[in-house]
Design a protein around this ligand. Structure first.
Ligand code: GDP
Ligand code: GDP
Length: 455
């Protein structure tokens, strides 16, 4: 499409960029101190995943967006944890397992100066079992003299070791080239192979909100016999559950059922598990304990799902325990603390009594429908034309920026590109988003709007 004042390449480029589908996921795994976080920093090209010297630091952020050679992908960092009560092998195994689970490809980091340890061998076994493509990074090869250390790592049987220095950047470009070869264009497990199969739900929420109770309630006697459903290869951690006459895949339920109580790093495991579940799912059902104040942890989980671009349903659990006063305060808290997902369908449930379980499915369906909605360009521009005529952008410096043209570049979640004649203020962008949501029923889905301004 030609837009007044824009090059056709600009327009096509902007639409192509905004229209990218869900990004493939790369997990970076390995023993503590091999340099995973340093390597993640290198890959994402910024200092977001701060490498802390202090032991016991837990990070809530575990996924980052990265780009190499024009391709975008997500990186899961597993560096933010400590050895815990399980002992080193089990801890490494547990974190690697979650990360590998969520990933389309894995970078396995080994300290070339130390060589392969028993713990490394244990991770290799996990990687074999998972069968995902692996790029072996032999880290801390800061100079030529270290290259021979790297070559010993052929013995791991994972193919060519890529000698890198995460700290100085040596060799990381070649390693990333190998990563791009290993990564599928789109996240296979989430959006590729399973097309047409059961829709994937991540049941998430902070500890003790009632995830396992809810899962047990909905699974109940309705548990589906896996082999009866054609075309489903079930992951042992995923569970097929029939709800409202439809079979759904609840992803990563092992994490919910297996109640590993970790002392150190428990929050970190919880974040990693949540991130893994969200990556694998199309829709996140976020469980919130309605009997308690909405916490920062609840908000972080919400943010994680929003940033991952998943359809979202909010389920307020333990409704059986609420008195009138608590109900009053809860509504106020929802308004202030959960404003970022004011658009999400909401259900008030009790995993204990089974209250309103039947409302979950309509909520999920509404959210998925919004997530997949595509607005035809003609309709979108008719809407934008009327909107802009009725509510023009405020005049700034004697000029009035106009929206010239808009198009929806992608779905899951919906992504829009607007072309404008001048800078569009944040308030006006929010106004457009609000009106778009109202007009096209984008309920239960984040929407992305990027604005291109004419030079
Ligand atoms: P993680 O626990 O695997 O995430 O490891 P970190 O990224 O926290 O790194 C552990 C330590 O190794 C830090 O002191 C880093 O500065 C150091 N380190 C990481 N990569 C390199 C490297 O390529 N060369 C050298 N010499 N040190 C490194
Ligand atoms: P999870 O950590 O999120 O899996 O939470 P659990 O399912 O283990 O539940 C934590 C606690 O909350 C348990 O003691 C449950 O019995 C209780 N619980 C869960 N759902 C409800 C509910 O709807 N009502 C009430 N009263 N208690 C609940």
């Amino acid at each position: 499409a030609a837009v007044e004042g824009f090059d056709i390449e600009d327009v096509e480029g902007a639409i192509g960029e905004a229209g990218h589908g869900p990004l493939p996921v790369l997990a970076v795994v390995g023993r503590p101190n091999v340099g995973k976080s340093t390597l993640v920093n290198r890959i994402i090209g910024r200092r977001e995943a701060v490498v802390e010297d202090k032991p016991g630091v837990t990070r809530d952020r575990v996924t980052y967006e990265a780009e190499w050679a024009g391709r975008r992908f997500k990186v899961v960092d597993t560096g933010g944890w400590e050895q815990d009560v399980l002992g080193i092998d089990a801890s490494v195994a547990a974190q690697a397992e979650y990360a590998i689970e969520a990933a389309d490809a894995v970078v396995f980091v080994v300290d070339a100066k130390v060589g392969a340890t028993d713990t490394d061998e244990a991770v290799v076994r996990l990687l074999r079992k998972a069968g995902k493509p692996v790029v072996l990074a032999a880290n801390k090869v800061d100079g030529l003299s270290g290259e021979s250390d790297a070559s010993y790592l052929w013995s791991l049987g994972l193919g060519e070791p890529h000698p890198v220095s995460a700290l100085h950047g040596r060799g990381t470009g070649d390693m990333l080239d190998a990563v791009l070869e290993a990564l599928p264009e789109a996240p296979e497990q989430t959006f590729g192979t399973a097309v047409g199969g059961p829709r994937r739900i991540a049941l998430i929420g902070r500890p003790n909100v009632g995830k396992s109770s809810l899962l047990n309630k909905v699974a109940g006697e309705e548990r589906v016999v896996v082999n009866e459903i054609a075309g489903t290869t079930r992951d042992p951690v995923d569970e097929l559950i029939e709800l409202g006459g439809i079979t759904w895949k609840f992803v990563d339920t092992a994490g919910i059922r297996k109640r590993v109580h970790l002392q150190q790093g428990a929050d970190y495991y919880a974040s990693l598990r949540t991130a893994a579940a969200v990556e694998k799912a199309e829709v996140a059902v976020i469980l919130i304990d309605a009997s308690e104040s909405i916490s920062v942890q609840d908000q972080r989980i919400v943010t994680m799902a929003v940033e991952a671009g998943r359809a979202i349903v909010l389920a307020f659990n333990k409704w059986d325990t609420l008195d009138e006063e608590r109900r009053y305060y809860l509504e106020r808290e929802i308004e202030t603390e959960l404003a970022q997902v004011a658009w999400a369908p909401r259900v008030n449930v009790s995993a204990r009594t089974g209250r309103h379980m039947e409302k979950l499915v309509p909520g999920i369906e509404t959210a998925l429908a919004g997530w997949e909605t595509r607005v035809p360009t003609g309709r979108l521009n008719a809407f934008l034309g009327e909107l802009v005529a009725a509510h023009p952008h405020p005049v700034r410096g004697g000029k009035q920026p106009r929206i010239l043209f808009g198009t929806q570049a992608g779905t899951k979640p919906p992504r829009f590109v607007l072309f404008a004649s001048g800078f569009i203020e944040a308030g006006y962008r929010r106004f457009i988003e609000r009106r778009l949501r109202e007009e096209f029923a984008f309920e239960g889905t984040p929407i992305h709007i990027s604005v291109r301004v004419r030079e």
